[in-house]
Design a binder for this molecule. Sequence first.
Ligand code: NAI
Ligand SMILES: O=C(O)C1=N[C@H](C(=O)O)C[C@H](O)C1
Length: 265
Amino acid sequence: MSIRVAIAGPRGKMGAEAVHTVMKHDKMELVAVLDYKEVGATLAELDMFPASYTAPIFTDMHELVEVTAPDVLVDLTNPHAVYQHTKESLNLSVRPVIGTTGFTDAQLEELSALAKEKELGCIIAPNFAIGAILMMKFAKEAAKYLPDVEIIEMHHDQKLDAPSGTAVKTAQMIQEVRSQKAQGHPEEKETLEGARGADFDGMRIHSVRLPGLVAHQQVLFGGDGQLLTIRHDSLNRNSFMSGVAFCVEEVMKMDQLVYGLENII
Ligand SMILES: NC(=O)C1=CN([C@@H]2O[C@H](COP(=O)(O)OP(=O)(O)OC[C@H]3O[C@@H](n4cnc5c(N)ncnc54)[C@H](O)[C@@H]3O)[C@@H](O)[C@H]2O)C=CC1
Ligand SMILES: O=C(O)C1=N[C@H](C(=O)O)C[C@H](O)C1
């Protein structure tokens, strides 16, 4: 039986790729999409999709669920909408697969408790690309031996959140194995605010935004007379799509929230 999928944010860079991925998948059916404004009755009415894409467009999640009964909601929207979408989805017994970044720790805790109470699978994946997951795992391993770390994430200039969800997740994973340490000179002073980047438990995170970039991250480790750099590059958004499809299948087997694909691959 097909998994009934709804996608929030279908006209976005990631959402449009996800629409094609689900449409091509032999075990999934795209039953609906969620937009924030009236843009047409079905995807076929939008110039960007072929006439065979007949999934209806809704602007209200309750109505979407009532009419089309999806099993899974894939959210690829923005940091302002995603928390409410995830909460509503769980409350409507639809399993969320969330690629959108920008959650606070308190929101993650609340959603985790809600998924547990509902006994529903929910995946929040700051990065769907397998190479990025490996980069984070390798960085966690390296930090056990080389605790001086700086993260440089580089993204296209349309990105709303900084630092990226991937950079935050990388720092959180490193934090699990690294004893707290303030890096740099104890008396260092910024003569230009922000020069040393964001401070995450003593580690520094630097966010670069430029047209031409897609999604890239370097984790830099420094030791006595040596440097280690772990780098991942997403060169297009197709790099995320096998992860999206994996999560849609996986979330159907789960009964709680998982934050990060490293926990389920
Ligand atoms: N987890 C991952 O592997 C990846 C995650 N992302 C994240 O996915 C999100 C989307 O990224 P992009 O596609 O690049 O952004 P985008 O700006 O191209 O697309 C976002 C879309 O969401 C729509 N939208 C905004 N509010 C909405 C609402 N309330 N309801 C429905 N739709 C709404 C917008 O109209 C837009 O079409 C970002 O948070 C980004 O960080 C991006 C790439 C990979
Ligand atoms: O906005 C993006 O593009 C991306 N967002 C995610 C993040 O914030 O880490 C994943 C990937 O880096 C692309």
